[in-house]
Design a protein around this ligand. Structure first.
Ligand code: GLA
Length: 399
């Protein structure tokens, strides 16, 4: 999914920090993680519900990796057996300057996963976004040539993947290379290296760790041309001897979009590639749609009526919408369960509502409710709906 511009990202980061600081302060003052986990001790663990089907993952924020969100970590320990870092392995975070890598948070992230014997994911090596401008320039600020940029990409992949060889089990090697019209996304990688930048990224990654799972990650497969473009890309790589282990379907969805039939039809189309599928960034926004690639705006910059329209539930989610969310999650997990032979993992793009990017991108300051756990880390009706639908299906197949 397209992300904000560099300038706007700073705003978002600030916003995230404020949110996480407030929520962590709240959590320290009013609750303890043991209180939360004791209260919900009787809830089944999601990872056990799907034990024989696929990994259940969650994306972790820097705040969580840094031990500042104990309630979230208690949920992670109980419910999830796979983790993905939200930001800390993106180029701008892990390799902010030409000769400086910053592995502190990533080391903690991998140690956390190992402590709990989790399936650990690296996200992401080559992307057009959250990659600093210097990557594409020489020392005098002029655009790099093809060979120099390939060298830089190789150095990055060798250094980052190499550090965690055998410890990070699967990598999103390339993120979002195809546009809605099925063509290559116009970005600096394409402009300087050419279309084989994707192939090169996979070749370098395979050289570093022959045993790692290597994935291509993408969004909006419901656009037929895009889905066809990705299928063409993967087939092309396969025909040139490049092994790809999986395709990640991001899954930033809404209550009524995309239609479940459309999701099923692209699951079937992608599974013909003979690779594993994963839902890599699942969340279900309940707020009205606003184009994700719009310029970031603050909700307070709208007039009152527009604020109400785009941020209809600033304080609490009405029961009726809570139910719609539960129904949507039940429908989605029914589908994933039906196609469990094709999936290796379903990862949520946050642990709880308070962490989700959907409240600050592309409109800053909204209150969305996209996850299975609320801002106090309590399971929502959507959590129960997921457990119920899958348990009932399992029960039926045992009859
Ligand atoms: C994309 C990226 C993720 C995250 C989300 C939400 O989907 O793959 O890393 O940035 O956008 O912003």
């Amino acid at each position: 999914m397209i992300n904000p511009t560099a300038e706007n990202r700073k705003l978002n980061k600030k916003n995230t920090r404020t949110n996480t600081f407030t929520s962590s302060l709240f959590s320290k003052l009013f609750r303890s993680s043991s209180a939360i986990s004791t209260k919900y001790a009787e809830q089944p663990a999601l990872k056990n519900v799907f034990k024989n089907d696929f990994y259940i993952g969650a994306a972790l924020s820097l705040n969580q990796i840094s031990d500042n969100d104990p309630d979230a970590i208690a949920l992670v320990e109980k419910h999830f057996n796979s983790i993905t870092p939200e930001n800390i392995l993106k180029w701008e975070e892990v390799h902010p300057e030409p000769n400086r890598y910053n592995f502190e948070a990533a080391d903690r992230y991998v140690a956390l996963g190992e402590k709990h014997k989790m399936h650990i994911i690296g996200h992401t090596l080559v992307w057009f976004h959250q990659t600093p401008d210097w990557v594409f320039q020489d020392e005098s600020g002029k655009p790099l040539g093809r060979e120099a940029l390939l060298e830089r990409m190789k150095d990055h992949i060798f250094t980052v993947m190499g550090r965690y060889k055998g410890r990070i089990h699967g990598w999103d090697v390339v993120n979002e290379a195809i546009m809605s019209d099925g063509q290559f996304r116009k970005n600096k990688w394409l402009e300087i290296i050419g279309e084989d930048y994707v192939l090169k990224a996979f070749e370098y990654a395979r050289q570093v760790d022959p045993d790692a799972q290597l994935y291509y990650n993408e969004y909006d497969f419901e656009h037929k041309s895009k889905c066809e473009g990705v299928i063409w890309l993967i087939k092309n790589l396969q025909s040139r001897g490049v092994r790809i282990d999986g395709v990640g379907i991001q899954g930033h969805w809404f209550l009524d979009y995309p239609h479940i039939e459309d999701i099923e039809s692209y699951i079937l189309a992608l599974s013909n590639l003979g690779v594993k599928l994963m839902i890599t960034e699942l969340d279900v926004g309940v707020l009205p749609y606003y184009p994700i690639d719009s310029k970031i705006v603050d909700i307070s910059s709208f007039d009152l009526e527009t604020q109400k329209k785009f941020n209809p539930y600033p304080d609490v989610l009405p029961d009726s919408v809570q139910k719609d969310l539960a129904d949507r999650y039940a429908e989605l997990f029914s589908l994933f369960y039906k196609h469990r032979d094709k999936f290796s993992r379903v990862t949520f793009w946050a642990v709880h509502d308070g962490q989700s990017w959907r409240s600050y991108l592309p409109i800053k300051g909204r209150t969305d409710y996209p996850m299975l756990f609320d801002r106090q880390c309590r399971p929502k009706p959507a959590f129960d709906a997921v457990v119920k639908i899958v348990q009932s299906k399992k029960f039926k197949t045992q009859q």
